[in-house]
Write a protein of this length. Structure first.
Length: 342
């Protein structure tokens, strides 16, 4: 295990003022997003869209790494350069999504477990050769009546730990993503309970599987009210309760924590992250930054809408969102900044 390489990778992923771009949507997920802007879901269009994002001028100022999908890591840009090389040339670290997706958990109606451990060792070796230096595995935890069950939490924690150990064996930094879904009418207090329990179980499983805490990254969901909850928590509550949940359950040895936006608006996801980094900075043993998908490039997708003439305008929109997220990771985001055009 090359600890020096992985330490350098992890540090680069959470470098000051930078975060990750999650561009690892499956083709089925891309289809849904393309449908919203009337773009046909073809391999060529997916490649063109990602090329537009990855070639945005100076994006390396704000993006430390990109999580790629299996199709994308094997593609070339429109200019004929392999996407991992295109990113590396901008100082951006290529990563890869390796999980097989969330499937129904037997005997646990309504709950899911993420699959994909079979043949993962060989796939990781192949991805390393293609340039990937970190990987991601997402687990899904649903809050509902009698959910989550301990069986669901335990099954996903074990899978995350097994995956992490395999990644480190391959000199790839694992991102673990135990996402507590925003769907439901639960209160922020219930989300807090589930988030803390899930994180504790996940890191206990990682300890049992001898995963090195110094060479892994947590991709966390924020502690937030369910979107159907009649009383939505304030930004200050979200920031405080998220930081408290992390401090109770995440080892201080981790190089950093990145957040998913999880269905929040672009502005809310930035505001919450910024408040954590300003009001609670002295309490944080690790840097907190972003690993956003929709909150980084949904606006750019809409601006592009599959039209070549919209290319530069879409890149400007993407660059703006990346700059907003960068400010949030430094505790400097504000509504006033949103109105500024670089």
């Amino acid at each position: 295990m090359d600890k020096k390489l992985m330490a350098a990778t992890a540090a680069g992923m959470v470098a000051t003022g930078k975060g990750l771009l999650a561009a690892d949507e499956s083709s089925a997920t891309v289809a849904k997003r393309f449908a919203g802007v009337n773009v046909e879901n073809t391999e060529s269009n997916r490649r063109t869209y990602r090329d537009m994002l990855f070639t945005t001028p100076d994006i390396g100022k704000y993006i430390s790494g990109v999580i790629l999908f299996d199709e994308t890591i094997k593609q070339q840009s429109l200019g004929g350069v392999a996407f991992p090389k295109l990113l590396e040339d901008q100082g951006i670290i290529p990563g890869i999504k390796v999980d097989g997706g969330a499937k129904d958990l037997p005997a646990h109606p309504g709950e899911l477990v993420t699959e994909g451990l079979d043949n993962l060792r060989g796939r990781l070796a192949d991805y390393f050769k293609l340039g990937a230096r970190f990987a991601k595995w997402r687990a899904v935890i649903t809050i509902g009546k009698d959910m989550p069950s301990w069986g669901c939490v335990e099954a996903n924690a074990h899978a995350l730990a097994r995956y992490s150990a395999l990644c480190q064996e391959a000199n790839i930094v694992p991102i673990i993503e135990p996402e507590v879904l925003i769907d439901g009418d639960h209160t922020i207090e219930r989300c807090f309970e589930v988030t803390e329990a899930t994180l504790r179980a996940t890191f206990q499983a990682c300890y049992s599987q001898r995963v090195s805490a110094e060479h892994m990254i947590l991709k966390a969901s924020m502690v937030i009210s369910g979107k159907g909850c009649p009383v939505q928590a304030s930004e200050a509550q979200v920031a405080e309760m998220t930081v408290t949940a992390l401090r109770r359950s995440v080892p201080a040895a981790l190089p950093g924590v990145v957040f998913l936006s999880g269905g929040q608006s672009d502005e809310k996801s930035a505001a919450h992250l910024s408040l954590m980094n300003s009001a609670h900075k002295s309490q944080l043993p690790w840097p907190l930054t972003y690993s956003y998908s929709r909150a980084l490039h949904a606006a750019a997708l809409k601006a592009w809408s599959g039209k070549q003439e919209n290319w530069k305008a879409a890149q400007q929109v993407f660059a703006h969102r990346a700059r907003m997220c960068s400010l949030a990771s430094q505790g400097k985001y504000s509504a006033a900044e949103e109105k500024k055009v670089a």
